[in-house]
Write a protein that binds this ligand. Structure first.
Ligand SMILES: [Zn+2]
Length: 427
C-alpha cells in the first residue's frame, strides 16, 4: 500500500512538473514547418514540456515521448499537418505510450538526424518544444545553384563587347576584359552570384502590421522577384537563403552565402518602427564601432533578436559562430558594403520616399560576413498603413526589386568583380 501510494505520488509529481496542483500540460499550439534544409515541429505550451527523443531503425522512425502532456485538439491535429511533400517525414502518429507519456512517432522518408530542445517564452510565444529533423547529409546550396543553372552547360554568352563600351552595359565590359586578359586559358565566364536573404521566416514572423501582414511574407515575395530578375541577367545568378516560410538562423544565412561563393549579400526587410508614422526606405551596412543613429541601433538590436524568436538550438548556433565570427578586420568589406548601399539607396529613392538620404550603419549580425559586401534593405515600414498597402502590392514589390537590381548593377559598373581576389569559375 505504502509503495503504491508513493508511486502514484511520484507519477503525479512527474505529470505536474513538480507541482501536484497542476493538471497535465496542454499544448496550446502545434506547428509544422517543412523545408528543404530541415523540417521543424513546434509544440507551444504554458509550462515547459519534459521529453525524451530517440530514433528507431528498420524502418527509420523518430520517437518523441512527452511527459505529462494532455492529448488535446492541437496535438490531435498534428498528423494532418504533415505535408505529403515533406522532404523527411512520411507520417506522424500519436498515442498514449504509458499512463503519463504521450508518444509521437515520425515515420520517415529517409534517414535523419533529429534534434529536440526547449525554448523559453519570448515575444508572443510561451514555452516551445522544438523538434528539428535534419537529413544525415545536408543539402549543398552550391550544387543546388549549379543544378538550377544547368551545370557545365551554363557558360553564359558573352555580351556584345561593343555594347560594353557604354555605361548602359557595364557588366558586359567587365566580362569582355576578362576574356582578353585570360586568353591563354579556356574561355570562362565570371558569373556574379548574389545571395538574397528574405528576412525572418517560420516561427519568426518579423514585424506584424495592425492588419496582420507578416514581414516574413513580404520579404520572401520581394526576394523571389529580385532573384528572378537577377537570374535573367546574362552574367548573374542569385541564391535565396530561404526558399519558403521556414526559419533560418542568422549565422546560417551567412554560411549559405559563403557556401554559394556569393559576391554580395542583400538582406530584405520591411520592419515596424517605434513610431507608427515612420515611413520610407532605408539601407544599412555593418558598423564595427557603434551605430550611426539611435534608430539604426534600435533596429539592429531588434533584427539580432530574430534567432531568439525563430528559435535556435544553442549548440548548433555556437558551431556556426565559431566559423563566422573570425577576428578579421572587416573595414575593406564595409567600405564595399557602403558603396553598394549608396547605389541601391539612390535607386530606391526613385521608387519610395527615403527614410534617410545616406546609408546607415549598425551592428547587424546578418551583415557580418568578413569578405562579402553585405547590405540590409528596409524596403518600407510595415507599421505604416500606407506603406503596408504598397508592400503587399505585387507591382510595387516589382519596382523595389528593379531598384535593388539597378543598384547592384551600378555597383558592379564602378567596382568590377574581377578586382576581387576570389574568383568563381564555372567550367
Ligand atoms: Zn526585419
Amino acid at each position: 500500500m505504502r509503495f503504491a501510494f508513493s508511486l502514484s505520488l511520484a507519477m503525479l509529481l512527474l505529470s505536474g512538473l513538480g507541482n501536484p496542483a497542476l493538471a497535465d500540460t496542454r499544448v496550446n499550439a502545434a506547428r509544422v514547418w517543412p523545408a528543404p534544409e530541415y523540417t521543424r515541429l513546434t509544440l507551444e505550451s504554458a509550462a515547459p514540456i519534459r521529453y525524451s527523443l530517440s530514433t528507431i531503425g528498420n524502418p527509420d522512425r523518430v520517437v518523441l515521448d512527452l511527459e505529462g502532456v494532455e492529448h488535446g485538439a492541437e496535438l490531435e491535429s498534428m498528423p494532418a499537418r504533415i505535408h505529403p511533400d515533406d522532404p523527411y517525414i512520411r507520417a506522424l502518429r500519436i498515442g498514449r505510450f504509458k499512463p503519463t507519456v504521450l508518444r509521437l512517432v515520425l515515420d520517415l522518408k529517409t534517414e535523419v538526424q533529429p534534434q529536440a530542445f526547449v525554448l523559453k517564452p519570448v515575444g508572443d510565444y510561451g514555452y516551445r518544444l522544438v523538434l528539428d529533423v535534419y537529413p544525415l547529409v545536408p543539402p549543398d546550396p552550391l550544387m543546388a545553384l549549379l543544378d538550377e543553372h544547368g551545370r557545365g552547360t551554363a557558360t553564359p554568352s558573352q555580351p556584345d563587347p561593343g555594347a560594353g563600351s557604354g555605361s548602359a552595359q557595364p557588366l558586359g565590359k567587365t566580362a569582355a576584359t576578362s576574356t582578353v586578359a585570360r586568353k591563354e586559358r579556356p574561355e570562362v565566364a565570371r558569373l556574379i552570384t548574389i545571395a538574397i536573404d528574405p528576412g525572418h521566416g517560420g516561427e519568426d514572423p518579423g514585424a506584424v502590421s495592425r492588419g496582420g501582414t507578416h514581414e516574413k511574407d513580404i520579404t520572401l515575395a520581394i526576394a523571389r522577384k529580385l532573384k528572378a530578375k537577377i537570374d535573367r541577367e546574362p552574367n548573374m545568378r542569385a541564391a535565396l537563403t530561404r526558399e519558403g516560410d521556414y526559419f533560418i538562423s542568422l549565422p546560417m544565412r551567412l554560411e549559405k552565402a559563403r557556401q554559394v561563393h556569393a559576391d554580395l549579400f542583400v538582406s530584405v526587410h520591411a520592419d515596424a518602427f517605434i513610431k507608427p508614422h515612420a515611413r520610407g526606405s532605408s539601407v544599412f551596412a555593418l558598423s564595427e564601432s557603434g551605430a550611426t543613429s539611435a534608430a539604426a541601433r534600435w533596429l539592429a538590436k531588434k533584427e539580432n533578436e530574430a534567432d531568439l524568436i525563430g528559435g535556435v538550438n544553442l549548440d548548433v548556433k555556437d558551431l556556426y559562430l565559431k566559423r563566422t565570427l573570425l577576428d578579421l578586420s572587416q573595414t575593406a568589406t564595409i567600405n564595399d558594403s557602403l558603396r553598394l548601399g549608396r547605389e541601391v539607396l539612390s535607386e530606391i529613392g526613385g521608387v519610395n520616399h527615403l527614410h534617410k538620404n545616406e546609408v546607415e550603419q549598425a551592428g547587424f549580425a546578418v551583415l557580418k560576413s568578413p569578405d562579402i559586401p553585405s547590405i540590409l534593405v528596409e524596403t518600407a515600414f510595415i507599421s505604416n498603413p500606407e506603406e503596408e498597402k504598397k508592400l503587399k502590392n505585387a507591382a510595387y514589390q516589382d519596382k523595389l526589386a528593379d531598384a535593388i537590381l539597378a543598384g547592384i548593377k551600378r555597383y558592379f559598373a564602378n567596382n568590377p568583380p574581377l578586382s576581387r581576389s576570389r574568383m568563381v569559375l564555372l567550367e
